[in-house]
Design a protein around this ligand. Structure first.
Ligand SMILES: [Zn+2]
Length: 272
């Protein structure tokens, strides 16, 4: 699966809404085709703090793909082909909890899947690997989460260590009734892309760390904490600035994959 002619990178980063470019200069653009189809766009390979990094905007550079249209399997397969072992998956979220404010970052440790019809496994009949039912009780990398939280604290970014993101199908936002339901369940925030992205990383044996950027309060909290569209846009842009600073601190601080004590990589190599 790893092609000799492809540049290699240790760490992969997916860009979400508004985050379409990572490197300003000294990067290589790579076009990858996969057995699962085309990734959302070309990958950019560069270096941050001495670590090699591959970047891909998950919706494409022009934000062409709706959350339900993103080819998550191709995006992850391409990362794997580049040699990536650790992935940072930032995403914008709405808060479901009055303790989680716009401008806060939540490094989630759980997700709830409310999507439908997405291609969500590499264990398909035609791949000939048989069916495997992987443990997903701990869907995110705990080692990377520690580094993400410590890096946020270092930068003074308000951060929540752990949380549950519910992933909805989109592209529509939640109704107030849906949002109130999610909030009553005790979930932290709502998003449209964490599933199956995080899970597919697990199937490939890649370490995956979420960073949820809180843009606003979701509909169910609206009557308690209304925000204007102008405020949302301001927070959204500030979050992107903070995220870029976080990446510069977090990437060099990550332990090398082979030195990590978590169990994320149990299936690494299965799809060589
Ligand atoms: Zn891990």
């Amino acid at each position: 699966m790893v092609k000799d002619d492809l540049p290699q990178a240790e760490i992969g980063i997916f860009g979400g809404s508004g985050f379409y470019d990572l490197f300003e200069n000294n990067f290589q653009v790579v076009n990858i085709d996969t057995r699962w189809g085309h990734p959302s766009d070309t990958y950019s390979i560069g270096t941050i703090g001495g670590r090699s990094v591959a970047f891909l905007p998950r919706h494409g550079h022009e934000h062409s793909f709706a959350p339900g249209e993103v080819n998550y399997r191709a995006n992850l397969w391409g990362m794997r082909a580049l040699g990536v072992k650790q992935i940072i998956g930032p995403c914008s979220v709405g808060s479901l909890c009055l303790d989680i404010h716009p401008g806060d970052f939540v490094v989630c440790d759980q997700y709830v899947d409310r999507t439908k019809g997405r291609a969500e496994t590499f264990f398909t009949h035609d791949l000939g690997k048989g069916v495997q039912h992987l443990s997903n009780a701990e869907p995110y990398c705990k080692e990377m989460r520690k580094v993400a939280v410590a890096s946020c604290k270092k930068l003074g970014i308000p951060v929540h260590d752990g949380g549950t993101v519910v992933t909805i199908q989109g592209p529509r936002f939640s109704t107030r009734a849906e949002s109130e339901w999610y909030a009553k369940m005790g979930w932290s925030c709502v998003n449209m892309t964490q599933y199956p992205e995080a899970y597919l990383a697990r199937e490939l044996g890649l370490h995956y760390c979420n960073v949820s950027l809180v843009t606003d309060y979701d509909a169910g909290l609206g009557k308690y904490a209304a925000v204007t569209g102008e405020q949302v846009l301001k927070v959204f842009n500030e979050n992107l600035d903070s995220l870029k600073k976080l990446i510069k601190v977090m990437v060099p601080a990550l332990p090398h994959a082979e030195d990590m004590a978590c169990s994320c990589s149990q299936t690494y190599g299965l799809f060589e």
